[in-house]
Every structure is written in structure tokens, then in C-alpha cells.
Ligand binder design. Sequence first.
Ligand code: AMP
Length: 220
Amino acid sequence: MRIVLVGPPGAGKGTQATRLADKLRVPHISTGDLFRANISQQTELGKLAKSYMDAGNLVPDEVTIAMAKDRMEQPDAENGFLLDGFPRNVSQAEALDELLKTEGIKLDAVLDLEVPEEEVVKRIAGRRICRNDSAHVFHVTYSPAKKEGVCDVCGGELYQRDDDSEDTVRTRLEVYHTQTEPIIDYYKSQGLVVTISSLGPVGEVTQRALEALKREDDGK
Ligand code: AMP
């Protein structure tokens, strides 16, 4: 399956993407994670991306599209992928369509995770992520680590993302509404959008997503 995941920051895209990719046996491709890996390896791309990310803005399309394309062309993505955080505006969606067209493939669904805005701010402000693996995500109130600051899964150090501060979250939400939300209409016109609520326990949301994707798949 080839799936795009959309939703505001804090909708649980990363958490759900990891779980869904595992169940659907496709690689989880997160442009945010790819940028963060470049930042920690101090590459030129990482240096460029960091200034945009820290401000809560989008990294320019040209470098983002090239990086996403390069990742999607890796052998593990040949039979499917789950895109998390890409595309993030209409021109990226158009570039993705072009790329898929040249390969003669299509998206199966665009999964839209809905969450109320006040919940988003609460979720992000308390979010803590493991330095070893960004799939290990905790929340100081909702899902605290057994030992503060230490990952339950691997013992790694938990930290707050630089762009998870309240001010930056407001900018990211604004960017989401003005630039990313329009891709939902773009994909609606292609009949690809499946919307689910992202409220409730993590496992229930995953189940909801799998059922919605299955219905979509059966309906085709
Ligand atoms: P995420 O981990 O998906 O929340 O992304 C973190 C940050 O990385 C975003 O706020 C952007 O600055 C940058 N980023 C991730 N994906 C993209 C994209 N597709 N286009 C532009 N910037 C992106």
C-alpha cells in the first residue's frame, strides 16, 4: 500500500505511522525524521533545515522534494510506503504525483488524522522523545516514562524537540492551516481521503485507521 498521512502537529502522526507501517509491512518515511537525522549528522542539508525547523516553518520545497524522492526510490519502498509529513503543501503534492506518474504507480489512500486544536497544544507541550529512536515517544502526563527523562524501551535520554516550544507550536499550527490543509482538498478531488479521529488510546486509533484503510481498499 502507498499511503500519505496528514494531520496537524501533535495529531500522533509519528506514533501512528510507526505502528501502521509495522502492521502494513511498508517502510515509514518521515521527512521530519530525515531532517533531524541530517541535523544530528551535521550535514549541509541539516544546517539549512534547522533554521526553518526551529522557527516552525517549512523547509524549502526544492531540497525537501529531492530528499523525499531519494528516500522513496530506495529498494525497501518498492512495493509500498507510508509517508509521514510529506507532502506538506500543494506543490509538494503535485511533485509527488509527477513522481508516481513516471513510475506508473498511484497512492491508495490519504489518511487524515483529526484532533481538536486545544488538544494539540497539550499533546505537544508535554511530548518527550528518545534520542536513540524518535518512535519512542512519551508524554509527561498522558504516557510518562517510568523513570523521568529515561526511555522505557531502550534507556535512551528523553528530550523535548526544539520546535515543540509553545511559540513554535503556534507557528507550526498556522503553517498547517495555511499550507498543509489545502492538500486535503487536493486529495479529496482524487477521492483518496479517509478521515478518522485521533482521540483516544493509541491502540484504538491504530485499529480505527486500519479499519478505515481496509474499507477504502475493499471499496476500490
Ligand atoms: P515533523 O517531524 O513532521 O513534525 O516535522 C518537523 C519540521 O520539519 C517541520 O515543522 C518542518 O520545519 C520540517 N519538515 C518536515 N517535513 C517537511 C516537508 N514535507 N516540507 C517542509 N518542511 C518539512
